[in-house]
Design a protein around this ligand. Sequence first.
Ligand code: GMT
Length: 381
Amino acid sequence: MKIAIVCYPTYGGSGIIATELGIELANRGHEIHFITYKQPVRLAYLSRNIHYHQVIIQEYPLFHYQPYELALSSKLANTIKSYDIDVLHVHYAIPHAYAGLMAQQMLLEDNIRIPMVTTLHGTDITLVGSHPFYKPAVNYSINKSDIVTAVSRDLRKNTLDIFDIKNEIYHVPNFVKVDKVQNDYKDCDRELMAEPEEKIITHVSNLREVKRIPDVIKVFAKINRKIRSRLIIIGDGPEREKATQLAYELDIRKNILFLGKSDEIDKVLCFSDLFLLPSEKESFGLSALEAMVHGVPVISTNTGGLPEVNKQGYSGFMSDVGDVDDMANNALYLLKNEELLDKFKEQARNLAKTYDLDQIIPDYIKLYEKALVMNEQKLIS
Ligand code: GMT
């Protein structure tokens, strides 16, 4: 199949999933065309089956806001036509599904009908899409997509609760490349980051308010008061300054390492003892899964789709949003008992295997095939 993939090419989970999906589909012989405004961060190389088309927006002083949707839909229509693309897969409803629909409409003028698969990732529904400014357009784009998928059951339910959805939403969870991670990262350079007797706690996110970064610092402060430990924060975003300030106030700044945006997340997770994810909202929590595949137990909240990823008392523990005491107690319970910690590490690793890409990719392929059949039927009628 020839598949066009649209996503945000940045460090967010939706871009990571879209990129890894494209790479894997290309490995399996499909022809993949990424259409984004920048080369996706995890698309380190271009192979015979992978093409990249950049959406370029010409800055024009007349416009206060440059019309990205217009440029994207034009690029989509041109690329789909030139490369004879079979399926369009857009990740993140805003504005990708909307731009995809416009491209579909334009192509119909040339008697080309292409099916569109829309994958909802979370913030496009729970944080941004449900705002009255966007809701009618998002609702319309979801209903007009040929196939819609959501990355967790919780997100599927949320979408049905918030919007007036007429079509089916398929649950296709996020995934990790288990083999690659578990084979490539065996000898971890732990001494790079900490003393042998120190425990390493890690957090990875875009440091936005929804991730509750002050809670990361507060939980770590409580851990650090009881056992020798170090916190590694990977990612960058608006809450970094607040977090740094709080770390000084709690007198733990010297035990925290802010690594910023990094391509070496796996290297750090490889020697981490615990992963913290105290988010306010999380439709899936890909970073938790990425930790688990390295055998890092997760201390998280029980919000959104997190209970579908982190299993209470098995791969880690969950607490109510904001309950930093409970999160710290759970963390200490694991960190103080070496045998128990090892058991949780093994369990986290095992649970991550159920999200292996080999289990999930066939679901997407089946949906592409279904979309193609539906497209044929629409063409006939
Ligand atoms: O969490 C973010 O800030 C980034 C956002 C994104 O769109 O990349 O993440 C969402 O999609 C991820 C991939 O499907 C999920 O793992 C995250 O849980 C989800 N974030 C939220 O729901 C807050």
